[in-house]
Design a protein around this ligand. Structure first.
Ligand SMILES: *[C@@H]1O[C@H](CO)[C@@H](O)[C@H](O)[C@H]1NC(C)=O
Ligand SMILES: *[C@@H]1O[C@H](CO)[C@@H](O)[C@H](O)[C@H]1NC(C)=O
Length: 379
């Protein structure tokens, strides 16, 4: 729970009632294991790997996640700790062209950076202290984001490399990496990076947010997606939640009170606007506020995860009833082989996944939701 004066203030604005008793029935460990191995098997794109690494960290190594212990993490970990995360991040760095600044080359600015948090953790906890390969790879990725990637005139970093185009997705991919880098670096350089991560959230909100509180998916550049895409809103809220968690657990938290209050209110804005459109069985639609859209379990899972995280941090339980229902829906949407059903196709944004094909990020969102629910219950 919160200790920060600013956040205590926030909590006092929230409902003063006690946390509601758990209404969601827990997904079994056996099912979670299947969801996890399917996630590992089908996550191949940079953003899928970054999201899967975050899911593994939050689920299996919660004290190393930005919602868990203090930052920086310990430099020495008990043998075997976070080995799956470290091995996967190591594989990415070993496969990287040393002349390329990005961790994976794929035309996106934001997406490869999503792997950066795990690369930084690998560097920080490495046993061979002479090995600077991970530090170099992370520094190159940061340089690319801050010094090379195209930007809007007011400084928002483009999500795409070939033109300036802002996607809500960016907020889950890049600012959490920039913030984590800052939390490890500390001092005035670290404070600058934490502020940069916050500033990107602020700028993206200015471009993407509509008066309802929901965010458009993609603006600027040669084409746009003005729908209030469920997954886009979830990426934005969950990304800001990670930046908030990173600031909150860093040594610089007391210097960033206003930023924490802003992030809390921006996350709350998306979450509150979204659950208004929740359907009777707990689902959200792919385009949240369009009644002719279709049910999407992916965005429902990630928005529910964020809502549990937010409640754990602020003590605001006003949406818990909605997300307990969402958790139960996700539980019943995972089939006996560990696949999440009823997802949007994450590459068209606009059509359901075809029968027999599954969403890599959707698999991760189930784990992120489960981890957030367990942490919420433990508060
Ligand atoms: C990598 O870890 C070392 C500590 O072993 C630290 O001094 C360095 O700043 C880290 N690199 C990055 C990019 O965080
Ligand atoms: C939940 O409700 C929506 C809207 O009525 C419907 O389209 C969807 O199929 C339902 N999902 C499940 C898993 O029953």
């Amino acid at each position: 729970m919160i200790q920060h004066p600013a956040l205590i203030l926030l909590a006092s604005w929230a409902a003063t009632c006690a946390a509601p008793t758990a209404a969601a029935s827990i997904i079994s460990d056996a099912t979670i294991d299947k969801v996890k191995s399917n996630m590992i098997q089908i996550s191949t794109h940079s953003w899928e790997i970054g999201t899967a690494l975050e899911a593994l960290t939050e689920l299996e190594w919660p004290s190393l996640s930005v919602f868990g212990g203090p930052l920086p993490p310990p430099a020495k970990l008990p043998s075997g700790t976070a080995s799956d995360v470290i091995e996967w991040a190591t594989k990415v760095v070993k496969a990287k062209d040393p002349n390329s600044l990005t961790l994976i080359d794929d035309g996106a600015v934001g997406d490869p950076a999503s792997i950066g948090v795990s690369v930084l953790l690998t560097n920080w906890t490495r046993t061979n202290r002479n090995d600077d390969e991970f530090s170099t790879a992370a520094a190159q990725q940061l340089t690319y984001l801050l010094d090379i990637a195209p930007r809007t005139s007011d400084g928002a970093i483009s999500h795409r490399a070939e033109e300036v185009q802002l996607w809500a997705d960016f907020l889950y991919m890049a600012p959490p990496f920039i913030a984590y880098y800052g939390a490890l670096e500390g001092g005035s350089g670290g404070l600058n990076l934490l502020r940069t991560a916050y500033q990107q959230c602020k700028l993206y909100r200015q471009y993407l947010r509509d008066s309802s509180g929901l965010w458009k998916h993609i603006v600027l550049g040669s084409w746009q997606d003005n729908h209030h895409w469920g997954t886009g809103n979830a990426w934005a809220a969950a990304g800001m939640m990670r930046v908030l968690g990173t600031i909150h657990h860093s040594k610089l938290a007391s210097e960033m009170l206003k930023e924490q209050i802003d992030l809390t209110s921006w996350i709350n804005e998306i979450v509150s606007a979204s659950w208004k459109y929740q359907h009777a069985n707990g689902t959200l639609f792919n385009y949240i506020d369009e009644s002719d859209s279709f049910a999407d379990s992916s965005s429902t899972a990630l928005l529910a995860a964020v809502t549990y995280r937010l409640a754990s941090l602020t003590g605001d339980y006003s949406h818990i009833w909605a997300v307990d229902k969402a958790y139960n829906l996700i539980k019943s949407s995972v089939d006996s082989n560990g696949w999440l059903l009823n997802t949007v196709d994450p590459e068209t944004f606009s059509t359901p996944s075809q029968s027999g094909s599954y969403s890599p990020e959707g698999q991760s969102f189930v784990l992120l939701l489960h981890a957030a629910y367990l942490d919420y219950l433990a508060k």
